[in-house]
Design a binder for this molecule. Structure first.
Ligand code: SF4
Length: 432
């Protein structure tokens, strides 16, 4: 596996477990039980990893504010891969999250050279109509990067904290990379942090549901979020081993540490660059006081954004799903009959002959039709389990199975496309 995950490239990640060791992504299994009413992507282990998602599950369970955010680069057809991200956003919105969707037109303009008009057209016609058709509520926020002053201003501020070496190490930028491409990386960090701005009621746990190829953005943004904050809180010990808390700051404005010290209900001692706090019996309270002080002093006090990581579907012909191989991918705007034909031609995990299939059973784990059922076409876990058992037991034959999948796909697309047309009339409800 390429050790650089390239969000603009075509990484083929075949061993997800390596991501746990190599990049510090944590297994989703560890926090699965904390999620109220897990989505089918969670139940089926399609979402396999996370960073910092425990803060989001806590907020969900306690009814506290949290947000969900993801972006789409308006570069081509909206397809089943985008549907997965959209449904993850919508699920979090239903669970009470404030939902944000950014159309990354700055990125499409910088990286693909698309005109602003073309970005707008693709953004609405492809992504936004499908997002609304899938159930995104008007209480959420859909915006174009180029039209959001919040995002553009924050991207500039983030640029103060990011340097060329750091961006190059993450994205492999070099001397030939255009500057707007670098700005677009920071613009996406601004997208991710926007839900925590004062205009949207301030710092809160925010999850970004992504494929693991997008992890570089998450790591960059978590680092930037920390660098933007005035204070860092550390647990320390004196020479006798007695614990105390130290609030440290390199970049706070003059008088900020004195202000924090004044607000602490515990004994404090102010030094240059830090204030030590003694006898703290409630660390959470200390953090909240420091956070409020920072906000009152005009700072951001960002929480590091959380993320969930999903597996990718393979292409219908096996291998990678790619828009440049039309038979490997199904677009949400595709003619239903044409899509059904693609499903009927898809690569299955079936055996060479019917006899062999009956004797050995099929291989659903190696079948793109089964993946379609699991990711998109079957809601009911029981039905999915039955298909799996029938397949491995050799009582289910690929011909019929594909016909069934093709029907479900055609029905889904027909309904989705009707809902897209209805969504067209509702764009103004979303401020578009
Ligand atoms: Fe795939 Fe269905 Fe064939 Fe099993 S029977 S390998 S699930 S197409």
């Amino acid at each position: 596996m390429n050790s650089k995950l390239d969000p603009w490239g075509s990484s083929n990640i075949d061993d997800y477990s390596k991501l746990f060791d190599e990049f510090g992504i944590l297994p989703f299994d560890d926090i699965y039980n904390n999620v109220p009413e897990p989505s089918h992507y969670m139940r089926r282990k399609i979402i396999f990893g996370h960073r910092g998602y425990d803060r989001v599950t806590e907020a969900m369970a306690e009814g506290k504010p949290f947000a969900v955010m993801s972006g789409f680069m308006p570069s081509g057809m909206v397809h089943l891969g985008h549907k997965m991200v959209m449904e993850e956003i919508i699920w979090h919105q239903k669970m009470g999250g404030d939902a944000f969707v950014g159309i990354a037109d700055r990125e499409a303009h910088a990286v693909r050279g698309f005109s602003w008009d073309k970005c707008r057209e693709i953004g609405v016609e492809q992504y936004i109509l499908s997002l609304i058709a899938l159930g995104f509520e008007p209480s959420g926020h859909i915006y174009f990067q180029s039209e959001s002053d919040n995002v553009k201003d924050l991207a500039f501020e983030l640029g103060v904290k990011a340097n060329f070496s750091e961006l190059s190490a993450i994205y492999g930028f070099n001397g030939q990379t255009n500057v707007a491409h670098m700005v677009s990386a920071l613009t996406q960090s601004a997208d991710i942090l926007q839900p925590q701005l004062g205009e949207f009621s301030g710092p809160k746990p925010t999850v970004i549901p992504v494929g693991s190829d997008q992890d570089p953005h998450i790591r960059l943004t978590r680092g930037l979020a920390n660098s933007m904050n005035m204070f860092r809180i550390e647990k320390r010990e004196d020479l006798k081993g007695n614990p105390y808390m130290s609030i440290r700051s390199k970049a706070a404005p003059e008088g900020a540490l004195q202000e924090v010290a004044k607000r602490m209900p515990w004994k404090t001692k102010v030094f240059e660059g830090h204030v030590d706090v003694f006898g703290v019996d409630d660390k959470q309270k200390l953090k909240e006081i420091a956070r409020q002080a920072e906000l009152d002093l005009g700072g951001y006090s960002f929480l590091p954004p959380a993320s969930t990581y999903h597996r990718f579907m393979s292409g219908l012909q096996g291998g990678k799903m790619s828009s440049s191989i039309p038979d490997s991918v199904i677009s949400l705007t595709e003619e239903p009959k044409k899509a059904a034909k693609k499903v009927k031609r898809a690569k299955t995990g079936g055996r060479m002959t019917l006899e062999e299939q009956k004797e050995l059973g099929g291989e659903p784990t190696n079948c793109s039709v089964y993946e379609l059922f699991m990711f998109h076409l079957i809601d009911d876990d029981k039905e999915l389990e039955e298909i799996h058992s029938e397949c491995v037991e050799g009582t289910r034959m690929c011909g019929h199975c594909k016909v069934y999948a093709a029907e479900l796909m055609s029905d889904f697309l027909t309904e989705h496309q009707e809902l897209r047309e209805q969504a067209r009339d509702k764009l103004d409800e979303y401020g578009l």
